[in-house]
Design a binder for this molecule. Structure first.
Ligand SMILES: Cc1cc2nc3c(=O)[nH]c(=O)nc-3n(C[C@H](O)[C@H](O)[C@H](O)COP(=O)(O)OP(=O)(O)OC[C@H]3O[C@@H](n4cnc5c(N)ncnc54)[C@H](O)[C@@H]3O)c2cc1C
Length: 379
């Protein structure tokens, strides 16, 4: 792609961004900036570029980002839109939501990450692995673990929930961990073995008696099924990995074939984190994604919000040439929507309110309905 001029100093030299983190937030932001004429370097501390976890949901807001950065076709090809989101309580159906008019897809994390990474490579984003960012300076630089300091017109901290960029600058923050957590696994669909049933639906199985356990059953494609097994942190058996097969099949006998497959995977149990940061930006440094607003997964919006905010950051920088000013405008515009999403997610997680069914009310879907290209709610 042609590199356009337009630096804040009025020269034709392209503006340059250094980005910490090669996850969904860092890569999506990198592509959006590159498409607008920036030179961009992404630093990933791991030795390979990959997404941790199993499956992921994206809604209209996140899908529009993929469209904008040229990653949508690959994701559509490798994902599904389940016909129904069904909620069951004690194995009785309490609701079947069709979500008419709402774009939403379920996919493996590798599918999503691979599509964004391919877009980044096509656009010529410079990506370094084994490159850990240890700190950032609001005047416009990052320092790497190898001691190198690199100047930039813009620094993006997209380095996740334990962000070094955020912590090195000293943004005040409130971090909370929820009482529940999830073991996420990818297993074969095994539709034949499951027997008769609407196994193409998402099925959200909740159970409170004799103990709190939940399984979110989410087909990702024809072959792969994402199982999210929720248990309270204080339940040593429910939170055990590999999973205690006898416990889960006793409560959810209809899922026995896929639970047997899940029991053979080591897996990892994660509690939900919520991080509220006093500010998302200081000087020429912006925080994007979990570094800025890690949220409970109840609304399945953490990555969606991350990518939306990354795209909107690049769009705002197009209109406001002074970086520090642009970051203020961007935060003022995007923060209220993200804050509301984070609060609603935390509330659903704390009350376990999704178990009542009919969970996707217009209010709950507000973030999903946000269109980052139009800058307004749609649908
Ligand atoms: C159980 C669960 C289910 C979820 N389900 C969904 C869902 O369905 N839909 C959805 O939208 N969201 C979901 N989320 C949230 C989503 O996973 C996160 O919001 C998203 O991964 C955040 O992306 P990120 O790029 O900000 O951070 P990360 O994905 O954490 O990526 C950060 C990257 O930065 C790298 N890094 C870290 N530190 C440094 C450093 N110092 N220097 C360089 N690199 C560094 C890391 O190695 C990593 O590659 C879920 C979360 C959980 C816990």
């Amino acid at each position: 792609m042609p590199i356009q001029g337009g630096s804040s100093t009025g020269t034709s030299k392209p503006r340059h961004a250094e980005i910490a983190g090669g996850g969904f937030a860092g890569l999506a932001t990198a592509v959006a900036l590159r498409q607008r004429g920036w030179t961009v370097r992404v630093h990933e501390k791991a030795s390979e570029l990959r997404a941790f976890g199993a499956g992921i949901y994206l809604w209209h807001n996140g899908l529009r980002v993929l469209e904008s950065i040229g990653a949508l076709d690959e994701v559509l090809y490798g994902s599904v839109r389940p016909p129904i989101y069904e909620t069951r309580l004690h194995n009785q159906t309490v609701s079947k939501e069709l979500l008419p008019g709402m774009g939403w897809r379920v996919m493996t994390r590798q599918t999503l990450h691979g599509a964004i990474l391919a877009a980044a490579r096509r656009e010529g984003v410079d990506i370094l692995v084994d490159s850990e960012v240890v700190s950032a300076d609001p005047a416009g630089s990052i320092t790497l673990a190898n001691g190198q300091t690199l100047p930039a017109d813009l620094v993006v901290g997209a380095d996740g929930v334990a962000s070094n960029v955020r912590d090195s600058i000293g943004f005040a923050q409130d971090r909370r961990t929820s009482r529940d957590g999830i073991t996420r696994l990818l297993v074969p669909r095994l539709k034949q073995q499951l027997g008769p049933g609407e196994w193409d639906n998402v099925i959200d199985f909740w159970n409170f008696e004799p103990r709190v356990l939940r399984i979110l059953y989410s087909p990702c494609n024809e072959d792969e099924l994402y199982l999210a097994l929720m248990a309270p942190y204080e339940d040593p058996e429910g939170s055990r990995v590999p999973i205690k097969l006898e416990l889960w099949t006793r409560i959810f006998p209809q899922l026995t074939p896929v639970l047997e497959a899940a029991a053979g995977i080591s897996g990892r149990y994660d509690r939900y984190q919520t991080t509220v940061v006093e500010r998302w930006a200081r000087g020429n440094v912006a925080l994007v994604g979990d570094a800025a607003h890690a949220m409970c997964p109840a609304l399945a919006q953490g990555a969606g919000c991350a990518m939306v905010n990354g795209l909107r950051l690049a769009m705002t920088l197009e209109k406001h040439p002074v970086v520090a000013e642009a970051l203020k405008v961007w935060e003022a515009e995007m923060r209220p929507l993200t804050d509301r999403c984070q609060e609603r997610s935390a509330n659903y997680a704390a009350t376990r309110g999704m178990s009542k069914g009919n969970q996707f009310t217009p209010t709950i879907l507000e973030t999903a309905r946000y269109d980052p290209l139009e800058g307004r709610l749609v649908g």
